[in-house]
Design a protein. Sequence first.
Lengths: 134, 129
Amino acid sequence: MAEELPDPQCLIVADADVLIRNALAEYLRHCGYKVFEAATSDEVIIALEEGAVKIDALLADAELSGKFNAFELRLWVRNHYPDVEIVLAGNIDSAAKAAGHLCDEGPHLQRPYDPESVAAHIKRLLAATRRQDR
Amino acid sequence: MDAQTILVVEDEILIRFILADSLRDIGYQVLEAGDGDEGHNILSSGQAVDLLVTDVRMPGEVDGLELIRRSKLLAPGRPVIICSAHLLRSEAFPADEFLAKPYSMDALAEVILRLIGDPWQKNSQIHSA
């Protein structure tokens, strides 16, 4: 009989900027995680409370908006979901670095590429969007 | 070769997650946006998007119909599916297909297959310039 694989670990990536969020989430999916993408603290709360899956970690932008700011959210998560690891990141480089660390601790896959290239990819996307908006 | 990419624009996080997760399980690459403004940012970023699946009523400046208009300006050949509980089929003409909410994943997968083919099919002509 085939051995049953364990459920993948679940993360939430929370960032108001969709291009940053998408890139970090995609990187972490390549590392083997299942990833919820949240734009606000309200969405993080919904994912935790109604997501029907156990969340293992939250990677959030320190500037996250919503019902709670990022620091209030961290406190709320610690009180309500003490098993959830929380990482706040202040900029693109630190977010990519944190994603790299999560990848190293991750379920079963190796890093698909360096966190530095994640950060560079995000910066290229942001620059392209700004050019379009001009 | 990369799989075909679908942009899912939906403001309800749990619906968006289930939808995106199911499409990833089929083999498509999926980009997620929480509203029309985010959807527009992704389309403007130059990332290859083969198909747009969007809700209509969403917060922000860009609703689903406006997002379709912008997508058609950027890439006229890129197909679009509208998923809505509020729109009538006759009002969904800017899109290539319409699914009334609630819809099944099987129904959505069937429409996607018809519009862009399987995840590994090459449709490079529909990407934005």
